[in-house]
Design a protein around this ligand. Structure first.
Ligand code: SAH
Length: 574
């Protein structure tokens, strides 16, 4: 499980600010999220949101712990649509604005009661804890810390109700987190909490917790790898849940079968370069990767698998290294709900985020444990190489672009950097590109359907291509009667190019051809205008504008009494 991120402290009005700040002081890197327009004085560490329901849902879906300073009912209603979907359940608490009540609502297995106790102590009130086992024992026995896994939740619940009914328990094995718990203990008890990598044998008087203390090193063919690891575990009576990681030789980093096996076993996949003289594979992998004492277990039935059994849980981050990832994403035009979920997932999983500062801000709020490498917009190749450097150290890197990453943006720069390099480590990085809603598409959707028939996308920037090429393309596109979407239409460094481009287009298109101007579409203060080619002046346009020039068939009409105007290009020609 990833380290718990700092909570979002969400307030609706200025009346909650003082309490929010007291809670904030408990959690390093936590931020106060305030309703836009309601709370004026904002510290730099704050976040503003425009709609409570959407904001809480987004935080919840990202697994961010939530402390909401409002009525418990409001919080419940906001996140309710997401509850059926059993995935990550972060801690969710409601706290009274004046700090007089602290109510843990959700996230029992993610430590909500621990947070409730911490916050309540700081506010000098009793927490409204309702979990009976927790009340009695001062800890949730069913929520072991990172590095440990409960063998069976159903059995765990029965076990806790036996304890609540008055029975005592023995503790067998090493369970340091239970030292302070007020558990009724007795050496001769019928019930036992057993901390062991051995598989649970089904006995109902035992609560079995597995320390993740086994590493499976694998060599040989990738087919059936997960099954072979399970066989090796079974041959030694060990539980699959006690597995901390799957370990493989670094030169096989890009093999899909290895990733599939790790996903199947639900453990991290780690890699190591074996040292010469470390013995035969796969034992040599364990030797090169493990920094703790362990015992090696092998089984004849599972070829190419060696198990290392350590006395305590092993942090998988300390074993060899991960395969690095580089994901190039598009944020869409700006609004969070126009970002595709795959891009959001990549952001959640990222250790490092790179991009132009404005876009990195748009991608937030980010967690305190995520490293941001913001840069000036111009150093694109340098940024692409930096991304590969980080990813080849085993980090999970996300490169952000606005709109779609493949449209006049970073995906092509990343591929250019990869092709130019002879670096094998870069080639082993797990590279993927996640599409996004490009500015032309977002603008078109808001205007209607101006791209409803054949169209082209052109960048009017002559930074990376000669102006003569742009002129030729404009002429051909205009002559071919394509609708045209202009990216980078103008900038301070390129003041005359747009007028020149429009002169060319006007040779082929009549003056009343519809033109759509979308500025900051999907961002605060965004505007959309429809004018004609004859009216269009370069002063109507800036570098945050998308210009869509219609074809000979593009039409505009007003609909209904309110007169909403639509622009579209029909799917046919007469
Ligand atoms: N990859 C981006 C485009 C980057 S080029 C995408 O797919 O959208 C930058 C140009 O895109 C800007 O000069 C502007 O013309 C356009 N643009 C980007 N975001 C925009 C937005 N929110 N509204 C209008 N135009 C936008």
């Amino acid at each position: 499980m990833a380290r718990m991120s700092a909570p979002a402290i969400v307030i609706l009005g200025a009346g909650a600010l003082a309490t929010a700040r007291r809670i904030q002081s408990l959690y390093e890197d936590s931020q106060v999220h305030a309703l836009r327009g309601r709370v004026d004085v904002q510290a730099p560490a704050d976040v503003s949101y425009s709609e409570l329901g959407a904001h809480l849902q987004e935080l919840y879906a990202r697994g961010t712990p939530i402390v909401a300073l409002c009525a418990a009912g409001i919080v419940i209603r906001c996140v309710a649509p997401l509850l059926a979907n059993k995935g990550i359940e972060p801690p969710v608490l409601a706290v009274a604005e004046d700090g007089s009540a602290v109510v843990p609502l959700l996230g029992g297995l993610a430590g909500v009661n621990v947070m409730a106790r911490e916050i309540a102590a700081a506010l000098a009130v009793p927490p409204a804890i309702t979990t009976s086992g927790e009340l009695r024992f001062g800890t949730c026995v069913l929520n072991p810390p990172d590095g440990y896994a409960l063998a069976d939740l159903g059995q765990g619940k029965r076990f806790v109700s036996d304890l609540l009914a008055g029975e005592s328990t023995r503790i067998e094995g090493d369970a340091p987190w239970l030292d302070d718990a007020q558990l009724p203990r007795s050496a001769s008890a019928r019930l036992a909490i057993r901390v062991t990598p051995r598989a649970w044998d089904g006995r109902e008087d035992e609560l079995v917790i597995h320390p993740r203390s086994i590493v499976a090193a694998v060599t040989g063919s990738g087919d059936g790898m997960a099954a072979r690891v399970r066989e090796a575990l079974a041959a030694h009576g060990l539980a699959p849940l006690a597995l901390a990681a799957l370990l493989a030789p670094a030169e096989r980093m890009s093999e899909p079968a290895l990733a599939a096996a790790a996903a199947d076993l639900n453990v991290p996949l780690r890699f190591v370069h074996p040292h010469p003289g470390d013995g035969e594979p796969p034992d040599n992998l364990l030797h090169a990767a493990l920094r703790v004492p362990y015992e090696t277990l092998r089984d004849a039935s599972a070829a190419g698998v060696a198990l290392a059994l350590a006395p305590l849980a092993i942090d998988p981050d300390t074993i060899g290294r991960a395969r690095g990832r580089l994901t190039v994403i598009g944020l869409g035009p700006g609004r969070a709900d126009l970002m595709v979920p795959a891009a959001r997932t990549a952001l959640n999983e990222a250790t490092d985020i790179l991009g132009y500062d404005t876009y990195v801000k748009m991608a937030g709020p980010l967690r305190a444990d995520q490293r941001v490498h913001g840069t000036d917009n111009r150093e694109e190749m340098q940024r692409a190489r930096h991304a590969f450097e980080l990813a080849s150290e085993g980090r999970s890197v996300v490169m952000v672009s606005s709109g779609d990453p493949g449209v006049f943006a970073m995906a092509a720069a990343v591929l250019e950097a990869l092709e130019a390099s002879q670096n094998r480590e870069w080639a082993a990085v797990e590279l993927s590109i996640v599409p996004g809603v490009s500015a032309a598409l977002a603008t078109a959707a808001q205007a209607g359907a101006p791209l409803g028939h054949d169209f082209c996308m052109l960048s009017l920037s002559d930074n990376l291509k000669p102006w003569t090429i742009i002129e030729t393309r404009l002429r051909h596109a205009a002559e071919a009667d394509l609708v045209m979407a202009f990216y980078n239409p103008i900038s301070r460094a390129r003041p005359w190019q747009l007028d020149k481009a429009l002169d060319i287009v006007r040779e082929y298109r009549v003056a009343d051809t519809p033109v759509v101007l979308g500025r900051d579409i999907g961002r605060p203060g965004g505007t959309l205008r429809t004018i004609t080619l004859g009216e269009l002046r370069s002063s109507d346009v800036d570098m945050r504008t998308m210009v869509i020039v219609g074809s000979s068939t593009t039409r505009r009409f007003a609909s209904g009494a309110g007169g909403v105007e639509w622009v579209y290009t029909p799917r046919w020609y007469e």
